[in-house]
Design a protein around this ligand. Structure first.
Ligand code: CTP
Ligand code: CA
Length: 236
């Protein structure tokens, strides 16, 4: 049973969870997005609430969870503002959202048409437009920087990794944990047969400054959530 023996161990704690993939608008009808379903983030929020925490969920995936304060966002910039605002007095921040690394540099306020008239002779321009991208802020890195030398909040990141010729999923996870400077990194193996949007998940939970790792799954996203909170509670 999710949270079975741990009910109440987050009582009095304030936690912020981000969830879902951000959408970066191109024009009024189009966006750049990703395949994140938001299910793991929603499960984390629900598990924290079941364990007694006061939870703020910042999400692009619509949610209605008992006892959870839900802030719905669309873009990475909106997600940043909402997370930073909610984090001011938080004990824990979990960045489960799949934040777009880039966004279109300009938003076109009217629908981009397939072809448009150009020149005085009214000839149609049939060329394909290009989308120029700019970097989004790295919210996790900002949270780590603004915490500075303080011990709170505990900061948890997620990483979806594939192994490649330069290292295994775990090698990439450890390197990312060091680079990001968060306290915990939940590493998710992704690949052709590991589909997004599934109800089960397999993760490895890494802690900064520890060689130990906790492997969880395949298990429900609720069970994975409780395993993450089990690790976080040891750091509070
Ligand atoms: N993240 C973030 N802001 C971003 C991008 C990512 O806060 N602009 C957070 C994610 O929510 C996640 C963690 O950073 O908790 C790791 O995301 P990931 O995409 O794996 O890391 P990146 O540093 O973006 O590296 P990569 O080049 O592998 O995408
Ligand atoms: Ca990224």
């Amino acid at each position: 049973v999710a949270g079975g023996g741990r009910r109440g161990d987050l009582t009095g704690r304030r936690v912020v969870v981000s969830a879902g993939g951000t959408r970066e608008p191109i024009d009024p009808v189009r966006f750049l997005g990703n395949r994140s379903s938001g299910k793991q983030g929603l499960a984390l929020a629900a598990a924290a609430a079941a364990r007694g925490a006061q939870v703020t969920l910042v999400t692009s995936t619509p949610a209605d969870l008992a006892g959870v304060d839900v802030v719905t966002i669309e873009t990475a910039l909106q997600l940043r503002d909402a997370v930073v605002a909610a984090t001011a007095e938080a004990d824990v921040v979990v960045m489960a959202a799949a934040v777009a690394d880039f966004r279109p540099s300009t938003y076109v306020g009217t629908k981009i048409k397939k072809s448009h008239d150009t020149g005085a002779d009214g000839s149609a321009d049939e060329s394909a437009p290009s989308i120029t991208l700019v970097r989004n802020p790295d919210i996790l890195a900002e949270l780590v920087t603004s915490r500075g030398a303080a011990s709170s909040p505990v900061i948890v990141g997620f990483a979806a990794e594939t192994g490649d010729e330069s290292g295994s999923v775990l090698d990439h996870g450890r390197a990312k944990l060091e680079r990001k400077g968060c306290d915990v990194l939940v590493v998710n193996e992704v690949g052709e047969h590991k589909t997004f949007g599934a109800d089960d998940n397999t993760v490895t939970i890494l802690r900064r400054g520890s060689d130990e790792s906790t492997e969880v799954g395949p298990a429900s996203k609720a069970a994975v959530s409780d395993a993450v909170w089990d690790v976080v509670t040891t750091l509070l």
